[in-house]
Design a protein around this ligand. Structure first.
Ligand code: CAA
Length: 402
């Protein structure tokens, strides 16, 4: 057992935290206040290689492993959830499913401009009437000649109004439940594809959240990902990746809340002493440290399993469930330690509290993960081998140029 980060991981960690301190933290409050998506930060994520960090070089990626994706998720969310969300949606929910399930031709066509950040991509699963119950989706795809005709609406989609490409899911065989869903890659600008933004969210104001409408969209078979009926598995596999990014990002939130709380508690006097001297404040700081240590281990374990090519649906679900709740509780306590200042946006902890509430809802609510964990514990849920597994990390293959 080895709990050490490698030299390469340490280099990535330094790179991402430097980026967050120099290029996210000084500006993010204004983006959050104005509810503006920071396109310039997204462009920089591409330049730094973060948008395709764990993709092999032959497809335009940075050739690093899955743990590196966790490290950058953590470092970016130390700054703000919105920036981590951009990488998670683009990389974990769009690039990696194509890498896992795509034909060689699809990988060569679709991946390089995404891996470099030249094009931005997202994932459309949730619908106005369907969130947790994925198999109940209402979008349809009917075969016409060699093409598919898609109709339906996707809602609460991160990057919907700024992405160039969309990985969407629709029913090709509505009578078949989860086995009747198929995955498709759509392009902005196609007839019948329209998007819009959703206003009025509680948090992640510097991210774009919106809807995708599909009205008689003609999709060539070259843009179908996987076989007909494999869409549910493709979506769940994608969520195994994105939940790992969310879990790792939550480590960043806990760290940010702990750092800010320790700093503030040592500076802020009350009754003649810094508030850090009071045990009720120390209790909250110790809680954060305890959650940080547990959350870090859960995230690393999920990343390590991905590197080995071992199915990690259970471990990733556990990390997502625990870490997002831990981040929300830590942000709440950090606001409490900061008192009235914490309740204003003068300090970052208020933003972390609003942002962290989103993560206990998206990518599977805490209630869904509770049920999933109970089903694993009672032996009612067993992972079956897939036709295409996410490949194990192989440094030689990952770094070899084509
Ligand atoms: N990978 C691959 N295949 C999987 C899988 C996985 N992780 N999980 C399940 N499957 C397979 C199963 O093996 C099963 O296969 P067979 O048909 O061959 O038997 C099939 O998929 C059906 O699986 P289940 O029976 O387990 O499905 P279920 O109905 O019991 O449970 C659920 C499903 C756990 C409730 C699931 O629907 C779920 O996780 N819901 C939450 C959805 C979610 O997270 N939504 C967030 C959307 S993304 C987002 O938030 C927007 C954004 O932009 C960030």
């Amino acid at each position: 057992m080895d709990f050490q980060l490698t030299e390469e991981h340490k280099m990535i960690e330094k790179m991402v935290y430097d980026f967050t301190r120099k290029e996210i933290l000084p500006v993010i409050k204004e983006f959050d206040r104005s509810h503006t998506y920071p396109m310039e930060i997204t462009r920089r994520l591409g330049e730094l290689g973060f948008m395709g960090i764990c993709l092999p070089a032959r497809y335009g990626g940075a050739g690093m492993d899955y743990i590196s994706m966790g490290i950058i998720s953590e470092g970016l969310e130390y700054g703000d959830s919105s920036v981590r969300e951009t990488v998670a949606v683009h990389l974990a929910l769009h690039i990696l499913p194509i890498f896992q399930w795509g034909t060689e031709e699809q990988k060569q066509t679709f991946l390089p401009p995404l891996a470099t950040g030249e094009k931005l991509a997202c994932f459309g699963l949730t619908e106005p009437n369907v969130g947790s119950d994925v198999a109940g989706m209402q979008s349809t795809a009917r075969k016409e000649g060699g093409d598919y005709i898609l109709n339906g609406e996707k809602m609460w989609i991160t990057l919907a109004d700024v992405a160039d490409r969309f990985l969407v899911f629709a029913k090709t065989d509505p009578g078949q439940g989860s086995r009747g869903i198929t995955a498709f890659i759509l392009e902005r600008g196609w007839d019948g594809v329209t998007t819009g933004s959703i206003e009025g969210k509680m948090g992640v104001h510097a991210s774009n959240t919106g809807w995708i409408n599909m009205s008689d969209v003609r999709v060539p078979v070259s843009h179908r990902l996987g076989e007909e009926g494999e869409g549910f598995k493709i979506a769940m596999g994608a969520l195994d990746n994105a939940r790992y990014a969310v879990a790792s990002g939550s480590v960043g939130i806990i760290k940010a809340c702990l750092d800010a709380s320790v700093r503030y508690a040592k500076e802020r006097p009350a009754f003649g002493k810094p508030i850090a001297a009071y045990q009720l404040v120390q209790q909250m700081i110790a809680n954060m440290q305890q959650r940080l240590d547990i959350a870090q281990l859960l995230a690393w374990k999920a990343g390590w399993l991905k590197n080995q090519g071992v199915r990690n649906t259970r471990e990733t679900s556990m990390a997502k469930w625990y870490n997002t709740e831990a981040a929300r509780q830590s942000a709440d306590e950090a606001v409490q330690i900061h008192g009235a200042y914490g309740y204003s946006d003068e300090y970052d902890v208020e933003r972390h509290l609003r942002n962290s509430k989103g993560a206990v809802i998206y990518e599977g609510t805490s209630q869904i993960h509770t049920l999933v964990q109970a089903a694993y514990a009672m032996g009612d849920r067993v992972d079956k081998p897939l036709r295409c597994e996410l490949p194990a990390y192989d440094p030689e293959y990952w770094t070899e140029e084509r």
